[in-house]
Design a protein. Structure first.
Ligand code: ADP
Length: 646
């Protein structure tokens, strides 16, 4: 029951009035019910509201999540694309540097011959120059891609500043060409004689600044100032390159270092460039904690200043005498001439093995090693090299080994030679890497894989010479051989004479050959090998002997072996072109493309014709080489040959 009571006011005896009623009849009951119902409604509304609001609030998060997912997918795609770009560049660099090796190497060899004169020398000089320019561009592109992918690393060494300055000036001074430009070198005599840093990269920066100064100056002055300040463990170097050239417009200044572009293209129409150099220079200098600045007045000239950090090595300054002698040097000598005049040591006691799957590369290497008088054996695969070292019939003084070869690459071949063969000879023979792959192949990697040295292709004659002197030349043995020198000189004379005799016969024979071997341009072939028919004939013999196994492989092509087929037919293309068998080269190339594109129908339809043509050529080469005239010449040469092919 529900009760209500009230004390009666002014009641002296304490009256209370109370009313009682059954609870069901009380209005509280209905109020309670109303309360219950309304709070139920509120609760439901509240829940609905919360659900609604939370949905609304979550919407942007959902969107973000989807966007995030998209971004992650995009990121993966970008990473894959970047990876593909690096792979592409690595492959391209290999593919481009290999022919560059032939262009630069062979033209350099020919320029070293006194008989090459007049217009031919001029044209050859241009071919060489163009080759070097192209190689520099390839190298710049590779460097940029390395920097962008974060794979660029500085390699600090202790280097000698006077030699550095001398080399850099000698290399750049030739850009003056015929222009009325005075070059001035200012060197602080307090420069330390040695510092620690990446001299090759600094040289690259200097070459860029100096070559630009010469390139963009028609007349007047180009000046290079070199100074330094010691700062504890560091030495801050400052290079200032100043010219009186065409100058740069103020609005172009910012673009110089960031845009991969040439500025002021209207007035620079005739000057070639890629716009890569300064971008690279800035990135490299920044990696050395430094910066490059430029001041310029349009039409009057420009001043580029590079300041960067090297590590302190010695207090000994270069001194007044060295500074003065550097500054007074007349840098007029053409670098390439000095290269051609490189004096090679004669080391007829030495034997080397060159391993490369590309015929032309073998020929370049052999040509470059010819003047040392050593025995140069060539093989075309890692496996053959391993077999020769295992048999040990010839004790080689060194192996020059290519990196990328089908079947067994240079690194694997070196590993087997070092680890599996196990003889002292195999463990100790110097192995020198020669590779066109500038991205994958860095020196440290090769040195850690059992190689002693690394020469990149295109082969630099100077570096090859240094490697030969260091790893192959044996001064002790030479002392013992001093008595035999007379004999060696006699041999040289004989060599020269029979070389002349060989050449006399060349033209006649080359013409005869052109008539007798269809599908083969023997005249160009002989020219390709520096006019030395002996070498060309040997290459032909090696082609005739080594191509049939390739053909057997090609014959067995199936849909599933197309990838392998592409590699083999690529090889056939290369060797055929190197002997000037253009028709076969072109057929092989078409088939290589088809195989790479998985076009089995094309391969099936054209493979037989390629095999037939190649077999016919091999047969003709056989006939040609067994001809009396040729073998007579070969016999004549055999007594004096210092090279041979395995
Ligand atoms: P490249 O010379 O190969 O075009 P660089 O990156 O070295 O590339 O230079 C970029 C541009 O800067 C050049 O194309 C040229 O327009 C300008 N430049 C560089 N150095 C000079 C200079 N010393 N005088 C005038 N202009 C210059």
């Amino acid at each position: 029951r529900l009760g209500v009571w009230q004390t009666v006011t002014r009641s002296t005896s304490g009256w209370i009035v109370a009313v009682g009623a059954p609870i069901d009849e009380s209005p509280v009951r209905s109020a309670q019910l109303g309360l219950l119902i309304s709070s139920g409604i509120f609760l439901i509304c509240g829940i609905a509201l919360v659900v609604f609001i939370s949905r609304e609030v979550a919407k942007p998060f959902k969107k973000l999540e989807v966007q995030n997912q998209d971004l992650m997918e995009l990121n993966a795609e970008v990473a894959a694309a970047n990876e593909a770009k690096s792979r592409f560049l690595a492959n391209m660099s290999h593919e481009m540097r290999t022919p560059m090796n032939a262009i630069i190497g062979l033209s350099e060899l020919l320029l070293g011959e006194d008989e090459v004169r007049g217009e031919v020398r001029e044209s050859l000089d241009k071919v060489h120059g163009a080759g070097v320019t192209l190689l520099n561009i390839v190298n710049d592109i590779l460097d940029i891609s390395k920097i962008e992918s974060g794979k660029f690393e500085l390699v600090p060494v202790i280097y000698d500043l006077p030699s550095f300055i001398n080399d850099t000036v000698t290399l750049n001074i030739m850009h003056i060409a015929e222009k009325p430009i005075v070059f001035k070198l200012s060197i602080d005599e307090n420069l330390p004689s040695r510092v620690l840093g990446d001299d090759l990269r600094i040289k690259q920066v200097c070459n860029n600044l100096l070559s630009n100064a010469f390139k963009y100056t028609r007349e007047g002055l180009v000046e290079w100032r070199v100074s330094s300040e010691r700062d504890g463990e560091n030495v801050w170097m400052t290079f200032v390159v100043k010219d009186t050239g065409i100058g740069i417009k103020p609005e172009d200044m910012e673009k110089l270092f960031s845009n991969y572009s040439q500025v002021d293209t209207k007035s620079n129409r005739k000057i070639r460039g890629t716009g890569l150099g300064l971008v690279l220079a800035r990135r490299m200098i920044e990696m050395m904690d430094g910066q490059i600045m430029v001041e310029s007045e349009y039409g009057k000239g420009s001043t580029f200043t590079a300041r960067f950090r090297q590590k302190f090595v010695t207090d000994v300054p270069i001194g007044r005498e060295v500074a003065e002698s550097l500054m007074s040097l007349r840098y007029s000598e053409n670098q390439r001439d000095s290269r051609a005049k490189l004096v090679r040591v004669r080391i007829p006691y030495a034997k080397v093995l060159v391993v490369d799957d590309v015929q032309t590369n073998l020929d370049v290497a052999r040509g470059m090693m010819k003047s040392y008088g050593m025995q140069v054996d060539c093989v075309m695969s890692g496996r053959q090299a391993v077999d020769l070292i295992r048999k040990a019939e010839v004790r080689y003084n060194a192996i020059f080994m290519d990196h990328m070869m089908p079947e067994m690459d240079g690194i694997e071949a070196a590993r087997i030679i070092r680890e599996e063969i196990g003889t002292d000879y195999a463990k100790n023979i110097p192995i020198i890497a020669m590779t066109a792959n500038a991205i994958a192949g860095n020196e440290a990697m090769f040195l850690s894989k059992g190689f002693q040295a690394f020469i990149s292709k295109p082969i630099d004659i100077m570096l090859l010479d240094a490697a030969i002197r260091y790893w192959i030349r044996d001064k002790e043995l030479e002392k013992e051989l001093v008595n035999q020198q007379v004999e060696v000189e006699g041999q040289k004379l004989l060599d020269l004479r029979s070389g002349q005799e060989r050449r006399d016969g060349d033209d006649r024979r080359a013409n005869k050959a052109a008539e007798s071997v269809s599908g083969l341009d023997t005249q160009s072939g002989v020219e390709r090998f520096g006019g030395d028919e002996g070498i060309y004939n040997e290459v032909l013999a090696s082609y005739a002997q080594n191509t049939p196994p390739l053909l057997e492989k090609l014959r067995a092509v199936t849909v599933s072996s197309l990838a392998e087929y592409a590699i083999t037919v690529h090889g056939l293309k290369g060797v055929s072109r190197s002997i000037c068998a253009e028709d076969i080269g072109a057929r092989a190339e078409a088939l290589e493309h088809a195989a790479k594109a998985n076009d089995f129908a094309f391969v099936e339809a054209n493979n037989a014709a390629l095999l037939q043509a190649t077999e016919a050529l091999i047969a003709q080469i056989g006939d040609f080489l067994s001809g009396d005239q040729v073998s007579g010449i070969r016999d004549q040469g055999s007594g004096i040959k210092t090279e041979r092919r395995v």
